[in-house]
Design a protein around this ligand. Structure first.
Ligand code: ATP
Length: 214
């Protein structure tokens, strides 16, 4: 992008990020490089209408996002969904971004599980009108016990939505698996920094996040 020219390619990557993990970071890096983004907004969700679990405090999730993504070029940590009153919808955020970057093509970055659930999103047609979906594949067996090194790609061949595939090697990591591993002995489960960047692992330990009830 020439100096002072307005951003032309703008990405939005939302998530609970509870906590952000290596696959989130790989997804952000892949999107920045493959899509040639001038700016990538990272948006921790406020009240995530589609998650049944109560999320960790937003201050902690924002701080961990800073540690996980803060050093990537063109990344902007964007707290607007956290600051918004009531439930937060992607369509509203994209509408705001469109106002802020009227000349830009907007990209919505997501994983395969979210693509499969996309038509359950509030005003998903409006999302499609506003942004190009850019999707990383994700293993079929996600969750607390999913083996890191055994991943089968999700079959997206029946998806009847336009999307741009992101070329990212499968990383079978989920925030669920990270939360489940905290508080378990490292010799049986491996160190946490296989799943999250080291500064995030340190933050989790220093702030006693995800501790099993005693
Ligand atoms: P949880 O296990 O708590 O449901 P999560 O690991 O899915 O969390 P989110 O913060 O909900 O993390 O995900 C944000 C975005 O990142 C979503 O679009 C999701 O599909 C994508 N994503 C998360 N993990 C991966 C992964 N391993 N591979 C590809 N995409 C991923």
């Amino acid at each position: 992008m020439a100096a002072n020219s307005p951003p032309r390619r703008v990405g939005m990557f939302g998530g609970a990020f509870d906590p952000p993990h290596w696959a989130h970071r790989a997804l952000a890096e892949t999107a920045l490089n493959q899509l040639g983004l001038d700016v990538l907004h990272i948006l921790p969700t406020g009240h995530a209408w589609h998650k049944s679990r109560v999320l960790s405090p937003s201050d902690d999730r924002v701080a961990m996002c800073e540690l996980a993504f803060g050093d990537l070029p063109n990344v902007r940590l964007d707290p607007r969904e956290i600051q918004r009153e009531g439930p937060s919808y992607t369509a509203d955020t994209l509408r705001e971004l469109k106002r802020e970057y009227p000349l830009a093509q907007l990209f919505l970055i997501l994983g395969a599980d979210q693509l499969l659930a996309f038509k359950s999103w509030v005003r998903w047609q409006e999302v499609l009108d506003l942004a190009t979906l850019a999707v990383a594949n994700r293993a079929t067996n996600i969750g607390a016990d999913a083996p890191l090194d055994q991943a089968t790609e999700t079959d997206l061949s029946s998806v009847d939505l336009p999307f741009e595939p992101l070329n990212m090697p499968l990383k079978n990591i989920s925030a669920t698996a990270v939360r489940a591993r905290v508080g378990q002995p490292a010799q049986s489960t491996g160190a946490l920094d296989v799943l999250v960047p080291e500064p995030v692992a340190r933050y989790i330990s220093q702030h006693h996040l995800y501790q099993p009830p005693t």
